[in-house]
Design a protein around this ligand. Structure first.
Ligand code: PGA
Length: 242
């Protein structure tokens, strides 16, 4: 799977321009492609992506079905806007919006209950890595976020915080090592978790996609900055298959 996280970028018009250019550039037959635009662009994106095989995702969701929660978006609203998936627990949400593993767990549960697939983001900070705490942090995030959960609707995105938007990509070996740890963790949690995909995220570019994707334990990518231009995101899709 190659997924685009646009974060707080693109107007409706820019979303439409991107998708119109992007569709003819990619072949969706042996890779799942997913785009997560901002909420305001979802509906317009859904109309253009209809029957293309390219999936649409929200970047966040709230953990209640409806009610007095000003500014929040429910799982049913995401589905109504055309989403099949949602990104939950991105490090920017954990960092700037105080999302804890407990909140992430509640969000995943309600998303799945409503029929959404989930991309759960986890990853360590630079300080944690330098203090040899990477696996400990991943264990804590997985344990808290996946509490009492089936895994069949879940994709994990390993995104080291120090690699997000910094141009400092994890080396293929670092990514593979973390992914292998996550794979083992999942196996212990549920022996049938073999089909859960583990994506790498953090400064993925067309230039480093091939070596990252060549790692055994890496099953795809979650791309921020390099997904904002159709040419660059399409190149990442093509490189991931080579
Ligand atoms: P980046 O972002 O590719 O710009 O580093 C990745 C992400 O935050 O998902």
């Amino acid at each position: 799977m190659i997924a685009a996280n646009w974060k707080m970028h693109k107007s409706i018009r820019e979303t439409e321009d991107f998708i119109t250019s992007f569709i003819p550039m990619v072949d969706v037959t042996d890779v799942d492609i997913l785009i997560a635009p901002p909420f305001t662009s979802l509906h317009a994106a859904a109309r253009l992506l209809y029957k293309t095989g390219i999936k649409l995702a929200g970047q966040n969701v709230y953990y209640e079905e409806k009610g007095a929660f000003t500014g929040e978006i429910s799982p049913a609203m995401l589905i109504d806007a055309g989403c099949s998936s949602v990104i939950i627990g991105h490090s920017e949400r954990r960092q700037y919006f105080s999302e804890t593993n407990e909140i992430v767990n509640k969000k995943i549960k309600i998303a799945i209950k409503n029929g959404l697939d989930v991309i759960l983001c986890i990853g360590e900070s630079l300080e944690e890595r330098e203090n040899n705490k990477t696996f400990e942090v991943l264990d804590k995030q997985l344990t808290g976020s996946l509490k009492d959960m089936q895994l069949d609707k879940i994709t994990i995105a390993y995104e080291p915080i120090w690699a997000i938007g910094t141009g400092k990509t994890a080396s293929p070996e670092q990514a593979n090592e973390a992914h292998a740890y996550i794979r083992e963790w999942l196996k212990k949690y549920n022996p049938d978790s073999g089909r859960v995909r583990i994506l790498y995220g953090g400064s993925v570019t067309p230039e480093n996609t091939r070596t990252l994707m060549a790692q055994r334990a890496v099953n795809g990518a979650l791309v921020g900055g390099a997904s904002l231009k159709p040419e660059s995101f399409a190149k990442i899709v093509t490189e991931s298959k080579s």
